[in-house]
Design a protein around this ligand. Structure first.
Ligand SMILES: [Zn+2]
Length: 278
């Protein structure tokens, strides 16, 4: 039965308002080994952000708690840093034009790319709103996303996307390639079990996981645990990926589990989850 590494590809640790590293301990206790830790939206961590300084502050909090998680795991924890696409609406509410908002968000992406180039971060997070917005906001958001592809291509990393619900994002994968980033370095976070275009990071729901396991495409698994004490139970808890992994192993999905926890992380991020296991 599968007993290799177990990666949660998208989880938040919030040492300011939430459980912080304690949630990583729960993940490890349940059998989890590797974590990609996303910074929470900047407004939850440091309030209003208008430029590079605010983004740095939010990223530094995440880098520090990820370092603490890294110290207690059998494998590794890596920060994935970027700009939540809903920031565009917050900035517009505060009087920015869509173009000005895109400018602020691109600076945030630039800072995230620098954290990849200079060391602590593994990948960049970007995307576009999952809710209805007008055309100018949609275009500005797509421009930010394309900027993230260009920066990721420069520094040689992957991009995790937050987008609308979709099972076909071929156009987005084509934009990445036009910016010099291979489509297999583009990941859609909170994905269904199947996705056309980028790599799906499948939310750890039983049905969607079975769908991914029964296919032959690369995929990752995530909880999107938000570490928010005000919304307990709003999302899957930090123990979910290891628990679901054991459940899938009992059903004989060993090859698919290797794909999710070893082969796809290697293709997407260039990490070796087996060699980094103690
Ligand atoms: Zn998230």
């Amino acid at each position: 039965m599968y007993d290799g590494p177990v990666l949660d590809n998208h989880l938040h640790l919030d040492p300011v308002n939430g459980r912080g590293v304690e949630a990583a301990e729960a993940f490890a206790d349940a059998g989890g080994t590797h974590l990609n830790v996303l910074n929470k939206p900047s407004w939850h961590l440091v309030g209003e952000v208008d430029g590079e300084e605010g983004f740095r502050e939010a990223f530094d909090i995440t880098v520090e708690v990820t370092r603490e998680a890294d110290a207690i795991l059998r494998g590794r924890a890596w920060p994935v840093l970027g700009v939540h696409p809903a920031l565009v609406s917050q900035l517009i509410d505060r009087g920015y034009t869509p173009e000005e908002a895109a400018g602020v968000m691109k600076r945030g992406i630039d800072v995230a790319a620098a954290y990849v180039a200079e060391g602590p971060a593994l990948a960049i997070k970007s995307g576009r709103p999952h809710y209805e917005v007008d055309d100018a906001v949609w275009d500005a958001s797509n421009e930010v996303m394309r900027h993230s592809f260009a920066r990721a291509a420069e520094v040689g990393c992957a991009v995790q996307l937050h987008t609308e619900n979709a099972e076909d994002l071929t156009e987005v994968a084509e934009w990445a390639e036009a910016e010099g980033l291979p489509r297999e370095r583009v990941v859609k976070h909170y994905a269904d079990g199947y996705l056309e275009g980028p790599i799906p990071s499948v939310i750890a729901d039983r049905d969607e996981l079975e769908r991914a396991c029964e296919g032959d495409w690369p995929f990752l698994v995530e909880t999107d645990f938000i570490d928010d004490p005000e919304r307990p139970g709003a999302v899957l808890g930090p123990r979910t990926v290891p628990k679901r992994t054991r459940w899938l192993a009992e059903q004989g999905h060993d090859d698919a589990l290797r794909r999710a926890h070893v082969e796809t992380p290697s293709r997407v991020y260039g990490v070796d989850t087996e060699a980094t296991l103690e």
